[in-house]
Design a protein around this ligand. Structure first.
Ligand code: GTP
Ligand code: MG
Length: 271
């Protein structure tokens, strides 16, 4: 008798926890296999929080951290948090790391992927906003932009970087014939078409900017959504002031050279 009453107590206590619906998960997400791709290079200080926040946003989101030859404890910390860690044998650079994540997503049949930096700058709580155009079926790729609503977003950055960001946005907008404002944002959501494209081909040097042009060349639909981005949670930025001028010159060149490349993913009906 006493055993069964304590069983009942046990069931009463555990049941709500076991069956509780994740509060923030969009019902449209539940039918989809979804993964978060998190590139990380020496982000041991921020990676745990990023993973926690992704889970808080959506407990059904698989988290894949691509550790691109970190020399700190990024991998161990991410694994301890229950994330899947793909540890590359040596540093491939951000583009190679991100493409590894997309290949993983493609090969494991994910319907939906989000990309979030491992340094904590992208707030997973804002993923609902970034995901919306993709879940509505209006975009194959949605990009969280710091400047979609003008410069008022309050994102702090050096003057040279802001000028560079504007110039790139202007050039890319002209090329793609659609207004884009944040060509270097890695805060993104993609459907299966977007995952397939980036699994097949992803620019390596200046990935986000070139990828935007690539998306249009392959006739995928891109949408920008206003987001706020945070300061780095720790670690070091890969971009220094001197490098940003060099970056601008090279990235513009890369975009124009990219225009002469053939599309790697054949258009529907052309096969
Ligand atoms: N896997 C991999 N990740 C990288 C590499 N370089 C940077 N990252 C990660 O990619 C994300 C973006 O890199 P950041 O250095 O933060 O670049 P950023 O966000 O444009 O620059 P900041 O605004 O200064 O932080 C971070 O999560 C880094 O850990 C790399 O070579 N390989
Ligand atoms: Mg960053």
């Amino acid at each position: 008798m006493s055993a069964s009453s304590s069983d009942a107590t046990l069931i009463r206590v555990t049941e709500p926890v076991a069956t509780a619906a994740p509060p923030s998960a969009d019902p449209r997400l539940r039918e989809l296999r979804r993964v978060a791709i998190v590139p990380a290079l020496n982000e041991e200080q921020s990676i745990a929080r990023v993973i926690d926040e992704l889970r808080a946003f959506d407990p059904g989101l698989d988290v894949v951290v691509i550790d691109d030859g970190s020399v700190d404890r990024t991998s161990q910390v991410a694994r301890a948090k229950g994330a899947r860690v793909l540890r590359l044998p040596f540093n491939l650079g951000i583009g190679g790391a991100v493409q590894t994540g997309f290949r993983f997503a493609f090969e494991h049949d994910y319907d939906l992927a989000v990309r979030v930096d491992g340094d904590g700058q992208h707030d997973p709580a804002q993923l609902a906003r970034v995901l919306e155009p993709v879940l509505r079926g209006d975009a194959d790729i949605a990009v969280g932009s710091r400047f979609a609503d003008g410069d008022a977003g309050g994102y702090r950055s050096s003057r040279s970087r802001r000028i560079g960001i504007r110039l790139l946005a202007w050039v890319v907008s002209r090329i793609v014939g659609q207004r884009v404002t944040d060509t270097t944002s890695g805060f993104q959501a993609l459907n299966r078409e977007g995952i397939a494209l980036f699994a097949r081909d992803y620019p390596h040097d200046y990935p986000e900017v070139e990828a935007m042009v690539m998306v249009f060349r392959h006739r995928l639909r891109l949408a920008e959504v206003q987001v706020e981005m945070r300061e780095r949670g720790g670690g070091r930025s890969s971009i220094t002031a001197l490098r940003s001028v060099y970056y601008m010159v090279k990235v513009l060149l890369a975009i124009f050279v990219g225009l002469f490349r053939r599309n790697v993913v054949p258009q529907e009906g052309s096969e």
